[in-house]
Design a binder for this molecule. Sequence first.
Ligand SMILES: Cc1ncc(COP(=O)(O)O)c(C=O)c1O
Length: 442
Amino acid sequence: MHLNPRLVAPIMKHRIEVCKRIPGPKSKSMLARFRELNGGWGVPLPFVQTVEGDGCYFKDVDGNTLMDFASQIASNPLGYNHPDMKETVKQYTHTAPVKIAGQDFIAREHLDLLEELIKITPSHLNSAFLINSGAEAVENAIKICMRSKPGSTYGVSFEEAFHGRTLGALSLTNTKRVHKKGFWAFNTKRLPFDSTAPQELEDMLRREGGDDSCAFVIVEPVQGEGGYRPAPKKMLQGIRRACDAHNIPFICDEIQSGIGRTGEWWAFQHYGITPDAMTAGKGLQIGATIANRKLFPAESGAISSTWGGGALIDMALAVTTIKAIKKHKLLSHNKRMGNYMKKQLLELQFRHQRVSGARGLGLMLAFDLPTKEERDAFLLACLQKGLVLLGCGQRGVRLIPPYVVEKEQADEAMQVMRQSLAKQEKLGPEIKKYEKCGDHPI
Ligand SMILES: Cc1ncc(COP(=O)(O)O)c(C=O)c1O
């Protein structure tokens, strides 16, 4: 199967082209100003991008053409300027207001998105609640579970889990200390992210006041920020069984792994299980809590928010994303391209001693380097050769290309990675100096 030729027809040069050393002068000065004015700071890679782009490629403000294998942290599934998205955008150029208070005032876009979402979830997950961000989708998933278990006192997440940074979601997040340091947390307990988890859960329930005390178990079927680790089958299936046996709502957080990234609409479909509630975000560009209607509180106003799904155009674009994935058969494309790229990663691992743990499902791929320092230097080296990649976990490198990726782009990315690794291997213990050569301004 080939993609619609319009998806790959270049409107700009379809190859990496680094004409100014990265970061270029414009990026440098904008980053410095941004750092002064912006309340938070977490920019991992030194460039400032433009909206000019096509498929996997975009231009930065210095005129470099870069290849994006980070997909805006998995939140740009169709790549830059996808023709279907542009068609939808055209319909909204004269629309005002662009944003409505979407939980209290309803528009057609809201209903369209609910209907499209419900079509791609298991049949018992027949209602959704739209919200501004992924973290808020998690907040609302745990809130509806708490409501359904009035006497409960705690919730359960996993080691290395990432569920967001709002206080409820943050209480369940266990990746980096920097996320949690100094912030209050509510009562949560942790399970190991391995096949001992179901037994650990049984023991925990016995120890901690029985079935009624536990409000929910939440898990990422493929851990995202924590290291792109697919859960062992035995673990997910065992947790599902234990939750059934003890009447505990089981939530799958599909914010990073959902909307087709792994080659199925939802990563839990690889495991032959279904959750009681789930979340979506990133790829949808809107947060969504999805569950059976009966799990949502019957009392009006029990959960709400002003925007409830963002701007009208956001909801229309989310519908377009789902329809484009169906129309262009991107689920099977993602599986096929994922297998192709995983083979390439295994080959990289075979040829380079420093590479280990090549892994992934569909287009959610990763490998490890020996240390965090080497990983960070590698990401910078790739960027300076025009390839945008992100880290994950302690020392992982993740590959999250847009769904329009083809073999040519995968090969081009792989060549950059091979060159960067070869350079690093030559430098050996000088790696720290090399990192400085990157002239990273942050
Ligand atoms: C699995 C998972 N859950 C929740 C979140 C939080 O989403 P957001 O950053 O949109 O609040 C993320 C973001 O990375 C995520 O990967």
